[in-house]
Design a binder for this molecule. Structure first.
Ligand SMILES: [Fe+2]
Length: 275
């Protein structure tokens, strides 16, 4: 297994034979690297669903939090197809919302997924790159005064907020329209590191006016998304990317519905309750 860092604050490429992903020691090193570097890229490793699920299971317990949306799979397979192809995805709002910075699973009453695992099956000729921003590095670099001001703040995350830029709430079904969940803004991990639970799902700050809360959330998001803390992945067919969903935000660069872009995602369940 050979590795090389691909941007200063986040992202490491891992060069390894596909067969080695079945090895416990390789999985252990990948988890260590994921904690340290936030994003792991396995260039053109070319996993099929079965191999992707097997590797996902090596990294932790599997979770499927999108089984009810188009592209989701109610079967035991737990592979979510991300596409804007109207033949597969009849409710594009959910995917269009991913044009904006977010962490997966913050609007559900679940522990946020530990990691997302994404493989490229068909890539778009234009757009479709995925960008990642380290919320660990962004928090760490904040002025001490700002860190102090964030202590104890809590944030409401909602699906309505997640899609606000692309549609209206009435385009959502009632379940998703009403989905929201409260999290601390700063999450101190068992490791001692601190991450921020922010992004477009973040709707309001508890105890602040809408204006004050949204201004704070927007400032923090803009801070986190600055180039020093980000990495943009240009996909090739067969690439596999894993990211620490609790320490990084992500978004996709817009692409056309008829681009053919198709990604398969699996998720590793969160193992550490948010406190
Ligand atoms: Fe996502």
């Amino acid at each position: 297994m050979k590795t090389e860092d691909i941007s200063p604050a986040i992202g490491t490429a891992v060069h390894v034979e596909k067969a080695a992903l079945r090895d416990d020691e390789v999985a252990r090193r990948c988890l260590e690297l994921l904690e340290a570097r936030g994003v792991l890229v396995f260039p053109r490793i070319g996993l099929n669903d079965e191999e992707q699920l097997a590797f996902t299971d090596k990294l932790g317990a599997r979770v499927n939090f999108t089984s009810r949306v188009p592209g989701g799979n109610k079967s035991a397979q737990d592979v979510y197809t991300i596409t804007l192809d109207p033949k597969i995805n009849t409710e594009p709002e959910y995917v269009l919302g991913t044009y904006f910075w977010h962490m997966d699973g913050l609007t559900s009453p679940i522990i946020p997924p530990k990691a997302s695992v994404l493989s490229a099956r068909t890539v778009a000729p234009k757009g479709g790159q995925t960008e990642f921003a380290s919320s660990y590095a962004a928090y760490e670099a904040l002025p001490e005064e700002d860190k102090k001001d964030l202590e104890g703040l809590r944030v409401i995350h909602s699906v309505t907020a997640a899609v606000r830029a692309v549609t209206t709430p009435d385009a959502l079904d009632a379940t998703r329209r009403n989905m929201s969940h409260e999290h601390p803004l700063v999450w101190r991990r068992q490791s001692g590191r601190k991450t921020m639970l922010i992004g477009y799902t973040a709707d309001s700050v508890v105890g602040m006016s809408q204006a004050e809360g949204r201004a704070l959330l927007a400032r923090l998001l803009e801070w986190t998304a600055q180039p020093a803390f980000t990495y943009r992945h240009y996909w090739q067919v067969g690439d596999l990317v894993i990211w620490d969903n609790t320490g990084a935000l992500h978004r996709v660069v817009p692409y056309a519905a008829d681009s053919g872009r198709r990604m398969h995602r699996t998720s590793v369940a969160g193992a550490e309750a948010v406190v």
